[in-house]
Design a protein around this ligand. Structure first.
Ligand code: TRP
Length: 477
């Protein structure tokens, strides 16, 4: 026995890569290439957050200043934390919770840090409950666009179409169910091959159709007004709440603070630069969000709408363009199909962590775990769907001044994106920057160039945690 063991150790020690992390005994399958990882991570990142949420919260917080703070958060907080998550994942080579446990054991740190993994699973599940409701709106709009509902409609007609959808609980629950079923169907089979290939075609297609819409916005005669709204900062409009929203959205849109990137990183082959990969994913994600903004805000001005129209913004603006352009029905249906697809590749990454945990720790079969979790998420999501109609006046935390005007949907969105994600992100930064021995992640991040690792370490120790803590502090005060 001893002989065999020492031989195995000898082989490992002689392995050419020479990285300390080769000691990890079990590693599961890996992405076929750097591109495959980028596609999967981009699929998770690019979703409703970019096309639905970014424009409407930018509109609510007054434009330019919000966009600037958001971009800064992506660069100095989001990218370093994404690098930390991917590096932890590749170092541990397992599901987020087990990855955390293994690294904690190896480095002799308190087991309590594994809480990061648990909170992530909980946050992901909560987000899924309302994400699917909005995904359902997008599915409903595929049908409306295909049926020619937008053609020649005035902005009042388009607005009425949207309020008609929101006013019908039955319809909302039906589409919410359709979207959840799509999500369950993929997770039940395991996230693999087919999805990867579909993403590599549909993501670029979404990009192209957004470019067409930006072209349309260019011709609307109000492009410069939209441009000014997005990029000329007026800091009197943003307020501390806006800074927190920008920070929270940076986490939301990059799929950070929930262990998703730990899970995806665990499939990343060695020798792939985590820095370059994290930067690519973040740049693509940000580009999609900015293109959506450039397509939407000129239309807002061209049609006398309000930038602060709220969660319906995308659904009240883009259909106007589809209603006026040649072949608009076809274009509109194509756009909403691609939006559904983008949302779908994201919602999969929201359901996956819980299903993976049920499978690994409770021995539940994957198909059953996915279906059960999906049904529970659908049922909890009913509350969000009804908060747009029957329960529009319900204020669950109305006794607190800060939440007095927040309905069920707003509250869930706020609690997850603005509190849970940044808190888990803060914990991840403190953990990776201060608690863990530097040698644990150095092999993953230095890539033979010490300055990359030193810059990352400076950001993760000083910039990310201090910025997140400061934003929280100001919001409490
Ligand atoms: N990033 C996705 C979007 O912008 C949403 C999402 C998917 C997400 N997985 C996540 C957000 C994990 C936070 C954490 O639509």
């Amino acid at each position: 026995m001893t002989d065999i063991d020492s031989t195995a150790d000898g082989l490992r020690a002689a392995a050419p890569s020479g990285s300390a992390s080769d000691a990890a005994p079990v590693r599961h399958a890996q992405w076929s290439s750097r591109l495959a990882f980028i596609l999967a991570a981009t699929g998770s990142a690019v979703g409703l957050g970019n096309i639905w949420k970014f424009p409407y919260i930018t509109g609510e917080y007054g434009g330019g200043a919000f966009v600037l703070v958001y971009l800064a958060c992506i660069a100095v907080i989001g990218i370093p934390i994404m690098m930390a998550e991917v590096a932890l994942g590749r170092r541990g080579g397992q599901s987020p919770i087990n990855t955390m446990r293994r690294i904690l054991r190896e480095d002799g740190r308190s087991r309590h840090w594994a809480l990061i993994g648990w909170l992530g699973v909980a946050a992901a599940f909560l987000i899924l409950t309302f994400y699917s409701v909005i995904g359902g709106w997008a599915v409903a709009y595929v049908v409306r666009a295909g049926g020619g509902a937008f053609s020649g409609a005035s902005s009042d007609g388009i607005a009425a179409l949207f309020s008609g959808l929101l006013a019908s609980p039955g319809e909302l629950l039906f589409w919410h169910g359709v979207f959840m079923a799509l999500t369950v169907a993929v997770v039940a089979r395991g996230v693999s091959g087919g999805l990867e290939r579909a993403t590599s075609i549909l993501m670029p297609a979404l990009f192209v159709i957004l470019l067409v819409l930006v072209g349309y916005a260019l011709a609307s005669g109000h492009f410069s007004q939209g441009l000014r709204f997005l990029f000329s900062p007026d800091f009197s409009k943003i307020g501390v709440g806006g800074v927190l929203a920008a920070l929270g959205h940076a986490f939301f849109t990059l799929s950070l603070g929930m262990g998703v990137m730990i899970a995806y990183g665990s499939y990343l082959p060695r020798g792939v630069s985590i820095t370059r990969t994290a930067v690519s994913v973040s740049v693509m994600d940000t580009t999609v969000a900015l293109l959506a903004g450039l397509a939407i805000f000129p239309l807002v001005y061209a049609n006398g709408l309000e930038p602060s129209a709220g969660p319906g913004l995308v659904f009240k603006t883009l259909p106007l363009a589809f209603g006026q352009m040649p072949l608009g029905g076809l274009f509109g249906a194509a756009f909403f199909v691609l939006l559904v697809f983008a949302a779908w590749t994201s919602s999969i990454s929201l359901l996956e962590p819980l299903v993976e945990w049920l499978e690994e720790h409770r021995g539940v079969r994957r198909g059953i775990a996915a279906a059960a979790a999906g049904i529970v998420a659908w049922v909890i999501g009913i509350a969000s769907a009804l908060s747009f109609n029957l329960w529009a006046d319900v204020r669950p935390l109305g006794m607190f001044a800060a939440f007095a005007d927040k309905g069920i949907f707003d509250l869930l969105d706020y609690l997850t994106a603005n509190l849970m994600l940044p808190l888990v992100g803060l914990a991840t930064a403190v953990f990776a920057g201060w608690v863990l021995s530097p040698r644990i992640l150095e092999g993953e991040l230095s890539e033979g160039r010490g300055h990359v690792f030193r810059l990352w370490r400076f950001l993760i120790r000083w910039v990310s945690p201090v910025a997140v803590a400061a934003v929280f502090w100001h919001n409490l005060g």
